[in-house]
Ligand binder design. Structure first.
Ligand SMILES: [Zn+2]
Length: 353
């Protein structure tokens, strides 16, 4: 299986996140990718390649031009605002959000201040922007697009080792440590090239709210997510429930399967099986696996208890679909285990094809 990744991911160093008002260490570190690649190095995965660069408008397929323009200039705008010295904040952090409660039906103005602009394009305080964030996010997106092209050229599957992850990024906003929606870009590329309907099966521990919202009215992308129940106090809290099934022409093309905290292999693999059957019933002709390995036991970001054998079995179940497949890296924050978890999932996938 070809592997696509870019050294440019290292340029993104969030150096923490602001959670409940406090800057904490965070878990989305550059070492995550080092650990994954170190594990894959021993598998005969020799076809490691750099992504091909794309024009900026390739990203407009799933993101608004306004968001892309903001991301390209956000760090420079922050520097010019002087906030690195006053009050001493070395990353872009929003402070005011244009929620419905503020606007009460009126359209938001285009704000002048860098901190307010950040609030317009960011829905949480955890997704920090620094020097190199835009370049790294773009390289991750290009990795997903390059993996999709490899599949279109005939590879049965390709793995995009994306960092930063992407599935929480919506059409017009960043959040959840995600900036550009890598999985959604790969799905759109497959679908636009005659491989639709495309299924996105998201097995990250958290709801893939960005992918859901991007394709919510689109019947050509079957968007499915298996995740810890946000109703039990987990990100993204406001979305990810079973009654979100798509709207308009996309009614019925979205599926959420929330799991109770503490769920292990049995419940999780039953969920994977259910999503596979749902995608097959919907006539999927290609597949994007949003591969988060943070549902694993010991991961600091979720209360799910999936074992490494469970991940391998999930890979097998997904490979058994026999579809052209892009596997895009999403979450996974346990540095001791992220590499073996990804490796076993990919080996499980390859055992089936
Ligand atoms: Zn996650």
């Amino acid at each position: 299986m070809p592997i696509v990744w870019s050294e440019t991911h290292r340029e993104h160093r969030p150096e923490g996140e602001v959670w409940v008002g406090v800057r904490i260490a965070g878990t989305e570190h550059p070492e995550r990718v080092d650990r994954i690649l170190a594990s894959l190095a021993g598998t005969g995965a020799s076809a490691v390649r750099e992504p091909e660069s794309r024009p900026a408008d390739a990203l407009e397929r799933v993101h608004s031009p306004e968001l892309l323009e903001y991301l390209a200039g956000a760090w420079k705008g922050w520097q010019e605002s002087g906030h690195e010295d006053d009050p001493g904040q070395d990353r872009v952090v929003p402070y005011l959000f244009p929620t419905e409660g503020l606007l009460d039906g009126l359209p938001p103005a285009d704000p002048f201040s860098a901190a307010a602009r950040a609030g317009r394009f960011t829905y949480d305080t955890m997704t920090l922007i620094g020097p190199g964030t835009w370049e790294a996010a773009r390289a991750a997106a290009e990795s997903a697009l390059t993996a999709a092209d490899l599949v279109l050229e005939g590879a049965p599957a390709a793995y995009a080792c994306c960092r930063p992850p992407g599935h929480h990024a919506t059409r017009g906003a960043i959040g959840g440590s995600c900036y550009l929606n890598n999985s959604a870009l790969a799905a759109a590329r497959l679908g636009d090239s005659g491989r639709g309907p495309v299924a996105i099966i998201d097995i990250d521990a958290h709801h893939g709210n960005g992918s859901q919202s991007i394709f919510y009215e689109d019947p050509s992308v079957l968007t499915a997510s298996l995740h810890v129940d946000p109703g039990h106090g987990w990100f993204p809290h406001f979305l990810g429930f079973a009654d979100e099934t798509g709207s308009g022409a996309g009614t019925g093309a979205n599926r959420n399967l929330p799991l109770l905290p503490g769920s292990g292999d049995d419940d999780w693999l039953a969920g994977v099986t259910s999503l596979v059957e749902w995608a097959e019933a919907g006539g999927a002709r290609s597949l994007v696996i949003a591969l988060g390995v943070d549902a694993a036991h010991h991961d600091p970001e979720s209360p799910l208890e999936v074992t490494i054998d469970g991940y391998r079995e999930a890979g097998r179940l997904l490979g058994n679909m026999g579809l052209p497949t892009v596997i895009a890296q999403e979450g996974g924050y346990d540095l001791d285990n992220i590499g073996p978890l990804v490796k076993e999932t990919l080996l499980g996938f390859e055992s089936a094809v």
